[in-house]
Design a protein around this ligand. Structure first.
Ligand SMILES: [Zn+2]
Length: 255
Protein backbone atom coordinates (compact mmCIF):
# COMPACT_ATOMS: atom_id res chain seq x y z
CA UNK A 1 0.00 0.00 0.00
CA UNK A 2 1.30 3.42 -0.86
CA UNK A 3 2.09 5.91 1.83
CA UNK A 4 -0.50 8.66 1.75
CA UNK A 5 1.94 11.39 2.58
CA UNK A 6 4.45 10.50 -0.08
CA UNK A 7 1.96 10.06 -2.86
CA UNK A 8 1.68 12.82 -5.37
CA UNK A 9 -1.07 14.09 -7.53
CA UNK A 10 -0.15 14.73 -11.10
CA UNK A 11 -2.15 17.30 -12.89
CA UNK A 12 -1.98 17.78 -16.61
CA UNK A 13 -3.68 19.97 -19.11
CA UNK A 14 -2.70 20.72 -22.65
CA UNK A 15 0.26 23.08 -22.76
CA UNK A 16 3.43 23.84 -20.89
CA UNK A 17 4.48 22.93 -17.42
CA UNK A 18 4.43 25.24 -14.46
CA UNK A 19 5.83 24.23 -11.15
CA UNK A 20 3.80 24.98 -8.08
CA UNK A 21 6.11 24.96 -5.14
CA UNK A 22 3.41 25.64 -2.63
CA UNK A 23 1.56 22.51 -3.54
CA UNK A 24 2.10 18.80 -3.85
CA UNK A 25 0.31 18.92 -7.16
CA UNK A 26 2.34 18.59 -10.31
CA UNK A 27 0.48 20.96 -12.49
CA UNK A 28 0.80 21.09 -16.25
CA UNK A 29 -1.13 23.78 -18.01
CA UNK A 30 -1.30 25.99 -21.04
CA UNK A 31 -0.52 28.95 -18.84
CA UNK A 32 -4.08 30.14 -18.73
CA UNK A 33 -5.13 27.81 -15.97
CA UNK A 34 -4.07 29.03 -12.58
CA UNK A 35 -3.71 26.91 -9.55
CA UNK A 36 -6.49 28.28 -7.45
CA UNK A 37 -5.47 26.39 -4.37
CA UNK A 38 -2.49 27.47 -2.35
CA UNK A 39 -3.23 25.13 0.50
CA UNK A 40 -1.45 21.82 0.72
CA UNK A 41 -3.36 18.61 0.58
CA UNK A 42 -3.04 18.21 4.28
CA UNK A 43 -6.13 16.07 4.57
CA UNK A 44 -4.11 13.23 3.10
CA UNK A 45 -1.61 13.20 5.90
CA UNK A 46 -4.25 13.50 8.56
CA UNK A 47 -6.39 10.81 6.99
CA UNK A 48 -9.44 12.65 8.26
CA UNK A 49 -10.74 14.31 5.18
CA UNK A 50 -14.08 15.16 6.64
CA UNK A 51 -13.54 15.82 10.29
CA UNK A 52 -13.47 19.58 9.83
CA UNK A 53 -17.03 19.91 8.70
CA UNK A 54 -18.51 16.44 8.90
CA UNK A 55 -21.12 15.82 11.51
CA UNK A 56 -19.54 12.83 13.19
CA UNK A 57 -21.89 13.11 16.15
CA UNK A 58 -24.50 11.34 14.07
CA UNK A 59 -22.63 8.08 14.32
CA UNK A 60 -23.82 5.77 17.09
CA UNK A 61 -20.50 4.60 18.49
CA UNK A 62 -22.13 2.76 21.39
CA UNK A 63 -24.02 0.64 18.93
CA UNK A 64 -20.81 -0.10 16.98
CA UNK A 65 -19.08 -1.14 20.22
CA UNK A 66 -21.92 -3.48 21.12
CA UNK A 67 -21.94 -4.97 17.64
CA UNK A 68 -18.19 -5.56 17.56
CA UNK A 69 -18.36 -7.22 20.97
CA UNK A 70 -21.10 -9.47 19.66
CA UNK A 71 -19.06 -10.37 16.60
CA UNK A 72 -16.11 -11.29 18.80
CA UNK A 73 -18.37 -13.49 20.91
CA UNK A 74 -19.99 -14.99 17.83
CA UNK A 75 -16.68 -16.11 16.32
CA UNK A 76 -15.85 -17.85 19.58
CA UNK A 77 -13.51 -15.26 21.05
CA UNK A 78 -13.53 -13.88 24.54
CA UNK A 79 -14.13 -10.10 24.27
CA UNK A 80 -12.94 -9.68 27.86
CA UNK A 81 -9.52 -11.05 27.02
CA UNK A 82 -6.92 -8.41 27.86
CA UNK A 83 -5.89 -7.58 24.32
CA UNK A 84 -9.47 -7.54 22.99
CA UNK A 85 -11.00 -5.46 25.74
CA UNK A 86 -10.56 -2.14 23.95
CA UNK A 87 -11.14 -3.50 20.45
CA UNK A 88 -14.85 -2.53 20.26
CA UNK A 89 -14.10 1.09 21.12
CA UNK A 90 -11.09 1.15 18.79
CA UNK A 91 -13.24 -0.11 15.94
CA UNK A 92 -15.95 2.44 16.77
CA UNK A 93 -13.39 5.28 16.62
CA UNK A 94 -12.02 3.90 13.38
CA UNK A 95 -15.42 3.55 11.72
CA UNK A 96 -16.22 7.12 12.61
CA UNK A 97 -13.22 8.11 10.54
CA UNK A 98 -13.57 5.58 7.71
CA UNK A 99 -17.25 6.37 7.18
CA UNK A 100 -17.03 10.10 7.82
CA UNK A 101 -18.09 10.78 4.23
CA UNK A 102 -21.65 9.80 5.22
CA UNK A 103 -22.04 13.20 6.82
CA UNK A 104 -21.62 14.79 3.37
CA UNK A 105 -24.80 13.81 1.53
CA UNK A 106 -24.03 16.26 -1.31
CA UNK A 107 -20.24 16.21 -1.74
CA UNK A 108 -20.46 18.01 -5.10
CA UNK A 109 -20.71 21.20 -3.05
CA UNK A 110 -17.10 20.66 -1.94
CA UNK A 111 -15.93 21.73 -5.38
CA UNK A 112 -15.29 25.42 -5.07
CA UNK A 113 -16.54 26.62 -8.43
CA UNK A 114 -14.60 29.38 -10.18
CA UNK A 115 -15.04 31.00 -13.57
CA UNK A 116 -12.96 29.43 -16.33
CA UNK A 117 -10.58 31.28 -18.61
CA UNK A 118 -11.41 31.14 -22.30
CA UNK A 119 -10.35 28.06 -24.22
CA UNK A 120 -9.34 25.93 -21.29
CA UNK A 121 -7.81 22.66 -22.43
CA UNK A 122 -8.47 19.29 -20.94
CA UNK A 123 -7.46 19.14 -17.29
CA UNK A 124 -6.29 15.81 -15.93
CA UNK A 125 -5.75 15.27 -12.23
CA UNK A 126 -3.97 11.96 -11.91
CA UNK A 127 -3.01 9.56 -9.16
CA UNK A 128 -5.41 10.68 -6.46
CA UNK A 129 -5.01 8.00 -3.80
CA UNK A 130 -8.16 6.80 -2.07
CA UNK A 131 -9.17 4.26 0.57
CA UNK A 132 -12.65 2.87 0.88
CA UNK A 133 -14.65 0.02 2.38
CA UNK A 134 -16.35 -2.54 0.17
CA UNK A 135 -19.98 -2.55 1.24
CA UNK A 136 -20.41 -6.24 0.42
CA UNK A 137 -17.74 -7.48 2.83
CA UNK A 138 -16.75 -4.45 4.91
CA UNK A 139 -13.17 -4.99 3.80
CA UNK A 140 -10.92 -2.24 2.44
CA UNK A 141 -10.29 -1.51 -1.17
CA UNK A 142 -7.86 1.17 -2.25
CA UNK A 143 -6.18 2.58 -5.30
CA UNK A 144 -5.84 5.62 -7.49
CA UNK A 145 -8.40 7.82 -9.15
CA UNK A 146 -7.70 9.78 -12.32
CA UNK A 147 -10.01 12.61 -13.31
CA UNK A 148 -10.11 14.38 -16.67
CA UNK A 149 -12.47 17.16 -17.57
CA UNK A 150 -12.77 19.76 -20.24
CA UNK A 151 -14.15 22.90 -18.62
CA UNK A 152 -16.87 24.97 -20.17
CA UNK A 153 -17.50 28.05 -18.04
CA UNK A 154 -16.48 26.70 -14.66
CA UNK A 155 -13.41 25.16 -13.09
CA UNK A 156 -12.62 24.03 -9.56
CA UNK A 157 -9.55 24.34 -7.35
CA UNK A 158 -7.35 21.33 -7.97
CA UNK A 159 -7.17 20.04 -4.43
CA UNK A 160 -10.97 19.99 -4.31
CA UNK A 161 -11.02 17.01 -6.65
CA UNK A 162 -8.91 15.04 -4.21
CA UNK A 163 -11.21 16.06 -1.39
CA UNK A 164 -14.25 15.03 -3.38
CA UNK A 165 -12.69 11.60 -3.95
CA UNK A 166 -11.91 11.26 -0.23
CA UNK A 167 -15.43 12.13 0.84
CA UNK A 168 -17.11 9.87 -1.70
CA UNK A 169 -14.81 7.00 -0.73
CA UNK A 170 -15.34 7.44 3.03
CA UNK A 171 -18.52 5.37 3.25
CA UNK A 172 -19.60 1.83 2.43
CA UNK A 173 -18.97 1.69 -1.29
CA UNK A 174 -18.43 -0.29 -4.46
CA UNK A 175 -15.82 0.84 -6.96
CA UNK A 176 -18.29 1.27 -9.79
CA UNK A 177 -20.41 3.66 -7.74
CA UNK A 178 -17.40 5.73 -6.58
CA UNK A 179 -16.40 6.13 -10.22
CA UNK A 180 -19.91 7.11 -11.27
CA UNK A 181 -20.45 9.47 -8.34
CA UNK A 182 -17.19 11.35 -8.89
CA UNK A 183 -18.14 11.85 -12.53
CA UNK A 184 -21.72 12.86 -11.67
CA UNK A 185 -20.85 15.35 -8.95
CA UNK A 186 -18.27 17.06 -11.18
CA UNK A 187 -20.70 16.96 -14.08
CA UNK A 188 -23.40 18.65 -12.02
CA UNK A 189 -21.18 21.17 -10.24
CA UNK A 190 -18.99 22.33 -13.13
CA UNK A 191 -21.17 21.52 -16.14
CA UNK A 192 -18.05 20.82 -18.20
CA UNK A 193 -17.89 19.88 -21.87
CA UNK A 194 -16.79 16.45 -20.78
CA UNK A 195 -15.79 14.45 -17.72
CA UNK A 196 -13.95 11.14 -17.57
CA UNK A 197 -13.03 9.24 -14.43
CA UNK A 198 -10.83 6.15 -14.28
CA UNK A 199 -10.22 4.22 -11.07
CA UNK A 200 -7.84 1.35 -10.48
CA UNK A 201 -8.16 -0.43 -7.15
CA UNK A 202 -7.17 -3.52 -5.21
CA UNK A 203 -9.89 -5.21 -3.18
CA UNK A 204 -9.12 -7.12 -0.01
CA UNK A 205 -12.25 -9.19 -0.58
CA UNK A 206 -10.52 -10.49 -3.72
CA UNK A 207 -7.00 -10.86 -2.32
CA UNK A 208 -7.35 -12.08 1.28
CA UNK A 209 -10.47 -14.19 0.95
CA UNK A 210 -12.50 -16.00 -1.70
CA UNK A 211 -10.54 -16.31 -4.93
CA UNK A 212 -7.36 -14.92 -3.27
CA UNK A 213 -6.00 -13.34 -6.39
CA UNK A 214 -3.11 -11.38 -4.99
CA UNK A 215 -1.96 -8.53 -7.21
CA UNK A 216 -5.20 -8.32 -9.14
CA UNK A 217 -6.77 -4.95 -9.62
CA UNK A 218 -10.05 -3.66 -10.93
CA UNK A 219 -10.40 -0.79 -13.39
CA UNK A 220 -13.63 1.15 -13.72
CA UNK A 221 -14.44 4.15 -15.90
CA UNK A 222 -17.21 6.65 -16.34
CA UNK A 223 -17.43 9.29 -19.08
CA UNK A 224 -19.96 12.00 -19.80
CA UNK A 225 -20.39 14.72 -22.42
CA UNK A 226 -17.66 14.68 -25.05
CA UNK A 227 -15.88 11.97 -23.06
CA UNK A 228 -18.87 9.64 -23.20
CA UNK A 229 -17.54 8.66 -26.59
CA UNK A 230 -15.16 5.65 -26.71
CA UNK A 231 -12.87 7.39 -29.22
CA UNK A 232 -12.30 10.48 -27.06
CA UNK A 233 -11.93 8.25 -24.01
CA UNK A 234 -9.01 6.35 -25.51
CA UNK A 235 -7.12 9.63 -26.05
CA UNK A 236 -7.71 10.60 -22.43
CA UNK A 237 -6.70 7.19 -21.13
CA UNK A 238 -3.42 7.32 -23.02
CA UNK A 239 -2.72 10.76 -21.51
CA UNK A 240 -3.55 9.40 -18.05
CA UNK A 241 -1.20 6.50 -18.56
CA UNK A 242 1.62 8.09 -20.54
CA UNK A 243 1.71 11.69 -19.30
CA UNK A 244 4.46 10.73 -16.85
CA UNK A 245 6.87 10.64 -19.76
CA UNK A 246 6.35 14.34 -20.30
CA UNK A 247 7.03 15.19 -16.73
CA UNK A 248 10.72 16.04 -17.04
CA UNK A 249 10.52 17.71 -20.40
CA UNK A 250 9.24 21.22 -19.87
CA UNK A 251 9.45 22.12 -23.55
CA UNK A 252 7.14 19.33 -24.51
CA UNK A 253 3.63 20.37 -25.34
CA UNK A 254 0.77 18.00 -25.11
CA UNK A 255 -2.15 18.33 -27.47
ZN1 LIG B 1 -16.16 -7.03 -1.37
Amino acid sequence: MEDRESSKLDHYSSGTLEDRESSKLDHYSSGTLEDRESSKLDHYSSGRACSARGNEKNMDKQKIKKAVKMILEAIGENPDRQSLRKTPSRVAEMYEELFSGLSFPAPGGLLKVLPAEKNEGTVIVRNIPFYSMCEHHLLPFFGKAHIAYMPYKKVAGLSKFARLVDVIAARPQVQERITRQIASFIWESLQPRGIFVLIEATHFCMTMRGIKKDGSSVVTTCGKGIFANKKTQSGIISLMVHATYYKNDKSNKMG
